[in-house]
Design a protein around this ligand. Structure first.
Ligand SMILES: [Zn+2]
Length: 467
């Protein structure tokens, strides 16, 4: 599919900050989404709109049974460090009350979704170097280099006075910015969140919104805005480059009834498509692309919308169920280094895939946790426990064995052949019959009967202790 226009966003530091400046627009180039977003992992399940990893697959995401509706969710605990550099906050008479107020807000919001935030903070008086105010993306990068505190083990948040004004209109471009879970920088020095001191404190929801980004949530208007389609995140709390392209492979149509919205826009079908909306009310009007439906009822008070914090209590007050599952899946897939008190190892998921993750993550997804310091590598060919042979090359050895299979190695392949009766000994020493190929029977060290199937082995069936 081709897009009528693409937007190009220039990053000043060149690496991760696609900040600010939206420049014009060329005609009839291939939609930039297909070239700028990696497609190798998730496009199997996500169709034309490329994803960023297995957690963009709705079936995988939905393995995580979390939140108030869940049966037996297990909490995950994420370590968070708040670095307060904005001297207007540090020097405030009620500085600790501001910080504690904000901490209790984010703690509440994520606790409902079985994510405990283990928060520490540090105020920097007269910080040296002084990043009380940041004026450009180079400042942000340098600030992070100077103040990042153990970023591989905790989410770093920087409270500073954001005065970045790339479009030079006298108005700072955004209130906060986050690094997505899948970003190579997510757990490195250049990861984390920056938030403006004015958007930080009691009754403020910008930090909840930004942490949502860190846990891989897109804006609810992601499917209807140009900058969102092509690049990571954009700036939050600004109106820059919120243009629309029609059509684009990730465009999310208005209306809750439209099928396929699980793999479009924000990859959550339970958050209706919406334009960027700063009001605490449905946006009105109609979508800018075919089929030009009315926006109708949107989730304007979702944390990943743009409603402001002018009211007390604030307008934004909820994540959706799918957002909750998506946060867990992505945190479990990419951010386990930040988790407190977890064993990390291979988890065999119910969809036959394997994820290197934390034990609590595995429990929430009803997976089989193989043990601390186990790994989903190597992967290869497996004679499955049910007698079939899988040579797609993506079965983890640990999961092959966990399922009663025989692992044929990364270079292994399934020899063609009829499936006949194979007697194998189970863990109790009893003979069990499985229809399989001679190759897989040999891999199990079973007794192969090329003239019978299990159905024609009766009587007698496989003898106990046949060896
Ligand atoms: Zn945002």
């Amino acid at each position: 599919m081709r897009c009528a226009m693409i937007g190009i966003v220039v990053g000043v530091t060149g690496s991760m900050w696609f900040g600010g400046l939206a420049i014009a627009v060329s005609v009839d180039e291939e939609c930039a989404t297909t070239s700028t977003i990696e497609t190798d992992r998730a496009d199997r399940c996500t169709g034309d709109c490329p994803g960023k990893g297995v957690c963009d697959c709705p079936d995988t995401r939905d393995l995580w049974d979390v939140g108030e509706q869940a049966q037996n969710p297990t909490d995950i605990t994420i370590r968070v460090k708040i670095n307060v550099l904005d001297q207007e906050v540090v020097d405030h008479l009620n500085a600790d009350q501001i910080i504690l107020g904000q901490v209790s807000v984010i703690w509440d919001h994520f606790y409902d979704w079985n994510i405990d935030l283990d928060v520490s903070w540090e105020k920097f008086n007269d910080p040296d170097p002084d990043y009380s105010v940041v004026y450009n993306n180079a400042d942000v990068s340098n600030m992070k280099s100077a103040y990042a505190d153990n970023p591989s083990e905790q989410l770093n948040i920087y409270v500073t006075d954001i005065q970045i004004d790339e479009d030079d209109n006298g108005i700072p471009d955004y209130l906060g910015r986050a690094t997505f879970a899948w970003d190579d920088n997510a757990t490195g020095t250049q990861g984390g969140i920056i938030i403006d001191g004015g958007a930080f404190g009691e009754h403020k929801t910008t930090l909840t919104h930004e942490i949502g980004h860190v846990f891989a949530l897109w804006h609810t208007h992601h499917g209807a805005t140009l900058i969102e389609l092509d690049f990571h995140g954009g700036g939050c709390g600004s109106d820059i480059a919120e243009e629309v392209i029609c059509p684009c492979v990730c465009y999310e149509p208005a209306g809750a009834a439209t099928p396929g919205r699980d793999i479009l826009g924000d990859f959550c079908s339970d958050t209706p498509s919406t334009p960027p909306n700063h009001e605490c009310a449905a946006p009105g009007g109609q979508e800018p692309c075919e089929p030009w439906e009315n926006w109708g009822m949107t989730w304007y008070d979702n944390f990943l919308g743009y409603a402001s914090d002018v009211d007390i209590p604030p307008c934004r007050d909820a994540f959706s169920n799918q957002q909750g599952r998506r946060m867990h899946c992505w945190a479990c897939n990419a951010l386990t280094g930040w988790m407190v008190g977890e064993s990390l190892g291979a988890c065999c998921l119910p969809d036959d895939s394997c994820m290197d993750t934390a034990q609590s993550c595995c429990d929430n997804a009803a997976g089989a946790f193989i043990g601390a310091q186990t790994s989903c590598t190597p992967k290869g060919t497996c004679c499955m426990g049910d007698g079939g042979c899988d040579d797609e090359g993506d079965v983890a050895e640990v999961c092959c064995l966990e399922g009663g299979g025989a692992f044929l190695g990364p270079e292994g392949y399934c020899e063609p052949g009829e499936e006949h009766a194979c007697c194998v000994v189970d863990e109790f020493g009893r003979g069990q019959c499985v229809d399989t190929t001679e190759q897989c029977c040999q891999a199990w060290e079973g007794l192969y009967n090329p003239n019978k199937t299990c159905a024609t082995m009766w009587p007698p069936r496989c003898p106990d202790k046949y060896k």
